[in-house]
Design a protein. Structure first.
Length: 500
């Protein structure tokens, strides 16, 4: 009998009641290994009610208690990182070392949450007028929700819930239905760490569950990471229902390579950033812009390295790249390569026919490299989310930056150069939220915030860092005046309040 991945509500696993389930496959074999329960709107309501009930006490709990529990959770997460990585590999397909790296980056945000007291200090001004003090404090919102993608089933939820619950909120997570097990295991570790029942809940499902979270009157804020069309829907719908929203969308991340760059370093970086995790990263480099005469040499260096990548099951230590998440996604990625030549691109490497012996039914695709790609090509315009790298040509730095800035996406970008002046100019002129200088994937450390510009972000706040704390709290200013006991009452004064 196939194992069922159920919800986690009120501190325990809860069987799905809707009768609707989705398949969870092993991408390396194509076999259905589990089924995941899909929540009805009524089941989402139960999870939100549990979170609301828990907020009545958790929202008033001390910072010391919250951080004590998070410290215990951090220790448990650290000791179980290999187990969680194995769940990620089994359901997502990424190689085990990459899954371990995902858990490690999530731990960074737990570290930040453990020190949340510093972020919540507030401000105080004394004697702004005679015996008048003004204090600014931050308070939690209530029940908040996170809707997260398949490509980082542990890390992206940890971008959200540690800070949210450290600030005093309670949380309802709707993870991707494609790889749901890691989130439930994390929920169990939170309970083991002593987190009160209902503070963290997990409901699985499809659009029914998502839309109910967006509409529910007791959900005060929604965090989302996913594609741009869905991010736009999340932002529009949740905002219309009076919620605070941070919705991170898609990307087409460019890497500008100037003629003075170390081309070996640039080629290493391009291959690592384009093909790591089979390209299923919102921070993957999917477009290299080669400036001047370096294009041919750079493409050849990328090709030489890409051809050596070992593709196989994520559980095999020899594998450097695993399969794609589903067969449907694999076929969609392959369609961009199949149509590239007709769109005017030169196909240097075509990985669409790749298979792995003994795993012929897996969702396999090899490395693809497209050169001299026009900006009108479908492979350039769309976020492919697979191991396909486009190389574009530009004659000058200015032309390259203009090409990057013309993209509707503005998530991350990078420049490779030895020229400090050019790098400084680039970081100021390029229209993207995260910039790398000789760093291909400029994902910020936990105490800086992650987020893009343009169609890569909907809402005013990035995730984690200072923005995360501000998103999950709201400010309050308190003005107080205590009369001196030696003074007589001042009497009624209907005039405008004076600050002296």
């Amino acid at each position: 009998m196939t194992e069922i991945v159920n919800h986690w509500i009120g501190g325990k696993a809860v069987d799905g009641a809707s009768g609707t389930y989705g398949p969870v496959t092993d991408p390396a074999t194509g076999a259905v290994t589990r089924r995941v329960a899909f929540a009805s709107a009524e089941e989402v309501d139960v999870a939100v009610a549990a979170a609301k009930e828990a907020y009545a006490t958790w929202g008033q709990s001390s910072l010391a208690r919250r951080t004590e529990i998070l410290f215990r959770f951090r220790a448990l997460l650290d000791s179980h990182r290999d187990e969680i990585a194995a769940l990620i590999t089994a359901e997502h397909g990424k190689v085990h070392s990459d899954a371990l790296g995902e858990v490690a980056r999530g731990l960074e945000i737990v570290d930040l949450a453990c020190g949340i007291s510093v972020q919540l200090k507030g401000e105080l001004s004394t004697q702004v007028a005679t015996r008048v003090d003004v204090a600014a404090i931050r308070q939690p919102l209530g029940v908040v929700a996170g809707i997260t993608p398949f490509n980082f089933p542990a890390m992206v939820p940890m971008w959200m819930f540690p800070i949210a619950i450290a600030c005093g909120n309670t949380f309802v997570l709707k993870p991707s239905e494609k790889d749901p097990s890691a989130s439930v295991r994390i929920a169990a570790l939170l309970t083991e760490a002593g987190l009160p029942d209902g503070v963290f809940n997990v409901v699985h499902g499809d659009r029914t569950a998502v839309d109910r979270l967006l509409e529910h009157p007791d959900v005060k804020a929604v965090s989302f990471v996913g594609s741009t069309p869905i991010a736009r829907h999340i932002h529009t719908t949740a905002s219309a229902h009076g919620k605070r929203v941070q919705a991170l969308g898609g990307a087409k991340n460019h890497m500008l390579v100037l003629p003075d760059a170390d081309l070996d370093a640039a080629a290493d970086a391009a291959v690592s950033a384009a093909y790591g995790s089979a390209g299923e990263r919102c921070m993957a480099i999917s477009a290299v812009v080669a400036v001047g005469a370096v294009g041919d040499t750079l493409v050849e260096k990328i090709r030489e390295r890409a051809e050596k990548i070992v593709i196989g099951p994520g559980s095999d230590p020899a594998s450097e790249m695993g399969p794609l998440i589903t067969r449907e996604h694999r076929d969609k990625v392959a369609s961009y390569v199949a149509g590239a030549a007709a769109d005017g691109a030169e196909v240097v490497l075509d990985g669409t026919g790749h298979t792995v012996d003994g795993h012929e039914d897996g969702h396999w695709i090899g490395i693809s490299l497209l050169d001299k790609v026009p900006t009108t090509a479908r492979a350039y315009r769309d976020e492919i989310f697979g191991p396909v790298l486009c190389v574009l040509r530009a004659e000058t730095y200015e032309e390259g930056v203009a090409l990057i800035n013309a993209s509707p996406f503005g998530n991350g970008t990078a420049i490779f150069t030895r020229d400090g002046g050019a790098a400084r100019r680039f970081q100021l002129e390029v229209e993207a939220g995260m910039v790398g200088v000789n760093v291909p994937i400029p994902v910020p450390v936990g105490y800086h915030s992650f987020g893009g510009w343009k169609d890569s972000l909907f809402g005013d706040h990035h995730v984690y860092g200072n923005d995360g704390t501000h998103f999950y709290t709201r400010g309050k200013v308190v003005t107080t005046r205590w009369p001196d006991p030696s003074e007589a009452p001042a009497g009624v004064d209907l005039g405008f309040p004076r600050n002296h």
